[in-house]
Every structure is written in structure tokens, then in C-alpha cells.
Design a protein around this ligand. Structure first.
Ligand code: NAD
Length: 422
């Protein structure tokens, strides 16, 4: 449980509440909720790692496997000092629903290690990544559970992890992990897929709301993989990126920030803070900016009720997982702000991970153009299937988030029922 402003927030409880709400809205039996409220399997392990100074340090590692009814478990691995069991369980629930919304044949999972990668050397990170896989290997595999990158993990970490898994198996089995570098069975466009997919989702949202992206003003919280790529692709659509914040600080320029230069600056300095030609901007100020589109692309629970009251944008595109609290949702609903929910908005990552897994299994690789065209098609289909569901099958007060959860739940329920799980 964390306190954000005046709200007490338990991410796991929030994820469970969202399932329960969807069960009630669909008029299903509470047995369905009981089946889905707890991850099917949760592994917590103490990971010993030899540090560069010769000492052994123990890190807590987690893997939560939520529900496999639609296929093998799938979900990223996060390295973060504050991550805990409840957060990982919540994120695994969201993955199950996201895969159902995206129509990729996977169940939901999530992994994490409680560590601060900023304070670790490359060698220490490699030893930690390899040891995590040694601990988790019995429950992983291309037909069992397929990890991917998440906050503070990247293609290099995935390469170490995939290599370790292949060492254990004694043969190359690259389909065990996605988000790998191209040299070891990675997929072109995977690194930018979540940001690109987010752009497509926001583009479709703008279209249905009658807003044109040309000159639309956008503010983003978080400028890592998802945020920087979403900013780049939105800028290519003609959007004006007016505000960006990250963990260290933020920048504002109402005339528009040059995204390519900001990415270069951030790569060199480690933050967007003090980017030349801009004024400083706090997270609080970012959410209250006079702009068309707000993109939370950092971590969970950033849009609380207090923050929601200050938001003036017309559209929110949730790149991060779980960035909005239920209390904030109520306020955004009253204010008629169109929210493209996380399980829809950021599903581009898992869609291209699916493409990577398919290619690994077939040992046949597609071109960048094919990947981008297939991603666009799947994102557009996913957006409109939820939008149509909201417009045609729900009442006028149902939000896009509620519609997405109901749509996904219906798919999960139908599959569990025919498999005899209920
Ligand atoms: P990342 O580590 O590359 O970047 C995270 C960014 O958020 C950084 O700029 C960091 O400084 C910023 N940040 C962290 N805490 C913050 C705070 N309290 N206030 C302001 N800024 C903060 O991570 P990422 O891969 O871009 O993931 C971002 C979000 O998107 C996460 O919620 C993740 O679960 C979600 N997501 C990622 C992917 C993916 O493919 N990487 C896919 C789907 C969803």
C-alpha cells in the first residue's frame, strides 16, 4: 500500500477491483472473479549475486503467472528498487487482460527484481539477469512462459537471459524471451513497438473524437522506451510535444520541443532535465498543462483523484501500466475526458513480442515494413473493437477502460467455460 497525495493505493487491490467490476457489469457469476482474482502461480526467490567487490548480495526476484487460458504466460521483467509482490501480481493480471484485448494467444505474467540498476555495474547486472533465469528456468519456456523487457530492462538484459536459458537447455531456444537484440532472434521494430502502437491508439482516439493530430499539443510523463518513442512517432504525425517529465525533472516549451534532440540529450545526460530552450516543469504542472493529449508513460498510480481534477486535456493515452487510480477514473469520466486505457493503448509491445515469438518458432523472419504494417493493423483493429463494443454493447456511461475489461473478460470467460474450468 502506498499513499499518493491523499489517496491510499494498493495496485493489486485495484487490479482485482477492475476484474470484479467487469464481472458485475457482464452479469457473470462471482465464481469467475474467484478464478481470476489471484495469479495461478507466484514464485518469489532470493537471488544471490556476486558483486564486483567480491561480496554476495541477495536480491528478491518474482514471477507471477496469472492465467494461461488463452496460451502460454507472457509478460515483462522489471528491475526497480520499490517493486514488490503485490505490484507484480497486479501487473500479471493486466497482462492477461491486455493479451485478450490484443488478440494474441498468450496468458498474463510479470516478473521483477527488487534492485536499483542505476547503482549496479554492467557485469553485476549481467550476473543478476543470468541468476534470475537460473532460479526461474523450471517455470519458463517458449510454450510455458515467455518474458520480455519492462521498466529498466532492455534488449541486452533479454540477450543475457535468453543465453542463460539456452545454456540450461543445451540448445538454442530463442522463443523463450522476446525483446531480444536482432543478433539473437530479435524482431525488427520490437524496441519501438509499444511507443509506435501507442501512437496508433492515440491517432484513432483523436479520429473518433474529431481532433486532428496536426499541431495537437501533447505532454508526456516518462521519457524511457515507451515515452520517447511515442513522442517521436506523434511528432512525425505533426503533434507538438510541449511538455516532458521524467524521474529527475521536466521541461516545457509551448512552441514545441524537438524530440530527436531531446532523445539525444537524454541519452547523454540521463534525463530530460535542463534541456536547452525550455523552462522547468514538475510532474504536477505537466498534468495540469493546457494541451490536447496527456500521455502517462512512466509508472503506476500517477493520475490520482487530486491530479485528475487538474487535467485539462481532451485525450489521455496510457502508455504506462496502471497509471490511473479508480478514484481518478471517476473524475475523468465526469469531466468527459477520453481515456485510452493501458491494456489497449500499450498493447503494441506484446503484439510485436508475439510476432517475434512466431518468427522464432518458424525460424523465418519478416521485414520491418511487414512488422509495422501488421502492428498498425492489429492496433487499429484492437482500438475499434473496444470502441465499437463501448458504443454498441455498453451503456452511454461506460468508459473505454470498462469496455476493454468487459471485452477481455468475455473472451477469458468463454475460453475457461469451454475448457471446463468453471
Ligand atoms: P523505462 O525504464 O524505459 O522508462 C521509464 C521512464 O519513466 C523514465 O523516463 C523514468 O525516468 C520515468 N519515471 C519513472 N518513475 C517516474 C516518476 N515517478 N515520475 C516521473 N517519471 C518517472 O520504462 P518503459 O519501458 O518506457 O516503461 C514505462 C511504462 O510503460 C511502464 O509502466 C511499463 O510497464 C509500461 N510498458 C512498457 C512496455 C515496453 O515495451 N517497454 C510495454 C507495455 C507497457
Amino acid at each position: 500500500m502506498v499513499t499518493q497525495g491523499t489517496e491510499k493505493i494498493n495496485t493489486y487491490l485495484i487490479a482485482q477491483q477492475r476484474i470484479k467490476h467487469a464481472v458485475e457489469q457482464l452479469g457473470l457469476s462471482l465464481d469467475v472473479y474467484e478464478r481470476l482474482k489471484t495469479p495461478h502461480r507466484f514464485l518469489e526467490t532470493a537471488i544471490p549475486v556476486e558483486m564486483d567487490n567480491g561480496t554476495i548480495k541477495i536480491f528478491l526476484g518474482y514471477r507471477s503467472q496469472h492465467n494461461p487460458v488463452l496460451g502460454p504466460y507472457k509478460g515483462g521483467i522489471r528491475f526497480h528498487p520499490d517493486v514488490d509482490a503485490n505490484e507484480v501480481k497486479a501487473l500479471s493480471i493486466w497482462m492477461t487482460f491486455k493479451c485478450a484485448v490484443a488478440h494474441v494467444p498468450f496468458g498474463g505474467a510479470k516478473g521483477a527484481v527488487q534492485c536499483n540498476p542505476r547503482e549496479m555495474s554492467t557485469r553485476e547486472l549481467e550476473r543478476l539477469s543470468r541468476q534470475y533465469i537460473r532460479e526461474m528456468a523450471p517455470i519458463l519456456g517458449p510454450t510455458k512462459d515467455i518474458p520480455a523487457p519492462d521498466v529498466n530492462t532492455n534488449a541486452q538484459v533479454m540477450a543475457w537471459m535468453a543465453d542463460e536459458y539456452c545454456n540450461i537447455q543445451q540448445y538454442n531456444d530463442f522463443g523463450v524471451i522476446t525483446g531480444k537484440p536482432l543478433e539473437v532472434g530479435g524482431c525488427v521494430g520490437r524496441e519501438t513497438a509499444t511507443g509506435r502502437g501507442l501512437m496508433y491508439a492515440v491517432r484513432e482516439a483523436a479520429y473518433v473524437k474529431g481532433l486532428t493530430l496536426k499541431n495537437a499539443s501533447v505532454a508526456l510523463q516518462g521519457f524511457g522506451n515507451v515515452g520517447s518513442n511515442a513522442a517521436r512517432f506523434l511528432a512525425q504525425q505533426g503533434c507538438k510535444i510541449v511538455g516532458v517529465t521524467d524521474i529527475m525533472g521536466g521541461v516545457y516549451n509551448p512552441e514545441g520541443i524537438n524530440v530527436e534532440l531531446l532523445i539525444k540529450y537524454c541519452r547523454e545526460s540521463g534525463s530530460v532535465k535542463d534541456f536547452p530552450g525550455c523552462s522547468p516543469l514538475s510532474n504536477k504542472e505537466l498534468f495540469a498543462l493546457e494541451c490536447d493529449i496527456i500521455m502517462p508513460t512512466a509508472v503506476e498510480n500517477q493520475i490520482t483523484a487530486e491530479v485528475a481534477r487538474t487535467i485539462r486535456a481532451k485525450i489521455i493515452g496510457e502508455g504506462a501500466n496502471g497509471p490511473t487510480t479508480p478514484a481518478a477514473d471517476e473524475i475523468l469520466k465526469e469531466k468527459d475526458i477520453f481515456v485510452v486505457p493501458d491494456i489497449l493503448a500499450n498493447c503494441g509491445g506484446v503484439i510485436v513480442s508475439y510476432f517475434e515469438w512466431v518468427q522464432n518458432n518458424y525460424c523465418y523472419y519478416w521485414s520491418k515494413e511487414e512488422i509495422e504494417a501488421r502492428l498498425e493493423q492489429k492496433m487499429v483493429e484492437a482500438f475499434h473493437q473496444i470502441y465499437d463494443y463501448q458504443c454498441l454493447q455498453c451503456n452511454s456511461k461506460t468508459t473505454m477502460r470498462e469496455a476493454a475489461f468487459m471485452y477481455a473478460l468475455k473472451r477469458l470467460y468463454d475460453s475457461m467455460r469451454v475448457r471446463g474450468w468453471l
